[in-house]
Write a protein that binds this ligand. Structure first.
Ligand code: 3PG
Length: 398
């Protein structure tokens, strides 16, 4: 069911689950991509004259109110972007939430305070989650699931409430699922996947799955050092997950068996320390000095990666190639982003997935229009690529 299937929404109370888990510096939102991605659904609902009640989480508070995790900055930014005031309730489903909802007019928007201030949201106990879902359901007539970044969580506001209220899928979740399905179910080939980010252990399931699907797997970011170690190279003081070396050796063997090309960097930008202004140099990937830390793929690798991306017909990128937040170590990530832009221009279908790479694209100043799709999902898009069941999606499919 989509929003259009919910019938006339004028005057109806519509509960929307969004993912507003945005990066904050104090109370300043450093990347509002997730808020902007929620606008099509919210505008559609306000235009239809609905009374819109948004629920969302921010960070991982411990099941009780914690000012540090208040959605106040989000309410302010959302109001600016929507061009209407967003009324922030001071609690999740208490008196303030009820009063805020009761005062809503047609086309107006309320935001409930951080849903994770209520311990029932993330409870493993079905009955506890369902009791919160019932409390949420008291506030609304229908439910729209639009927090793609959180659909991999079996939580009250994502999963259980969809079983209590008439439920529909929002515009963002529709777009995300369409795009990710296009890339994963029957990808135009060559199909190249670029993986980065800090930990191999976060990406085990994805890598195993991609070894049966992708044509090329390009590895960068902090996780690359475990791959280099698996090849017998020294990695100095770089990030290394020693307990994953054997697993990675298995991946390298499987890749060869399945005819999947694994592309590893041939050079690395190493530094004295993890710092923006650390002295740095480029060394061969098999010659990282013992006292140095690798913080980016080198320029030769950046070219190699670009050459494997630009002629692909489907490209999925998850995880930065280096510490892009520091200018000196942003070259690899920049090159990967540019290669995706070039591939898109060549007619490829390109997806940027994962909170960090999506933020990298925006922070490094790339035009979002240069990519076919920028996913708002971090863990959710990884689990999608892994082929896992996503509770927030399957509950809507009935
Ligand atoms: C995310 O940032 O990936 C989502 O908002 C989910 O957050 P969580 O990992 O804390 O559940």
């Amino acid at each position: 069911k989509t929003i259009d299937d919910l019938g006339d929404l004028r005057g109806k109370r519509v509960l929307v689950r969004s993912d507003f888990n945005v990066p904050l510096d104090g109370t300043t939102i450093t990347d509002d991509g997730r808020i902007r991605a929620a606008l099509p659904t919210l505008k559609k609902l306000t235009d239809a004259g609905a009374k819109v009640i948004v629920t969302a989480h921010l960070g991982r508070p411990k099941g009780e109110p914690d000012a540090k995790y208040s959605l106040a900055p989000v309410a302010a930014r959302l109001g600016e972007l929507l061009g209407v005031p967003v009324h922030l309730a001071q609690d999740v489903v208490g008196d303030s939430a009820r009063e805020t909802v009761a005062a809503l007019g047609e086309g107006e928007v309320a935001l409930l305070e951080n849903i994770r201030f209520d311990a029932r949201e993330t409870s493993k106990d079905d009955a506890e989650r369902q009791s919160l879902a019932h409390d949420l359901a008291q506030l609304a007539d229908v439910f729209v699931s639009d927090g793609f970044g959180v659909v991999h969580r079996k939580q009250a506001s994502v999963y259980d409430v969809a079983q209590v209220l008439p439920a529909a899928v929002g515009e963002l979740v529709l777009k995300e699922v369409d795009s990710l399905r296009k890339a994963t179910e029957d990808p135009a080939r060559p199909y190249a996947v670029v993986l980065g980010g800090s930990k191999v252990s976060d990406k085990l399931g994805v890598i195993a799955n991609l070894l049966t699907k992708a044509d090329r797997l390009l590895i960068g970011g902090g996780m690359v050092f475990t791959f280099l170690a698996a090849k017998g190279y020294g990695v100095g003081k770089s990030l290394l997950e020693e307990d994953q070396i054997d697993t990675v050796k298995g991946y390298l063997a499987d890749a060869e068996k399945n005819g999947v090309e694994i592309v590893l960097p041939t050079d690395i930008v190493v530094a004295d320390a993890f710092a923006a202004d650390s002295p740095h140099e480029v060394v061969a990937a098999d010659a990282i000095p013992a006292d140095k830390i690798g913080l980016d793929i080198g320029p030769e690798s950046a070219q190699l990666f670009a050459s494997k991306i630009v002629d692909a017909k489907t490209v999925v990128w998850n995880g930065p190639a280096g510490v892009f937040e520091f200018e000196a170590f942003s070259g690899g990530t920049r090159a990967v982003a540019q290669a995706l832009v070039d591939a898109t221009a060549n007619g490829a279908f390109t997806i940027v997935g994962g909170g960090d790479s999506a933020a990298a694209v925006r922070i490094l100043g790339f035009d979002e229009a240069g990519f076919s799709h920028i996913s708002t999902g971090g863990g959710a898009s990884l689990e999608f690529l892994e082929g896992k069941d996503l509770p927030g999606i399957s509950v809507l499919e009935g």
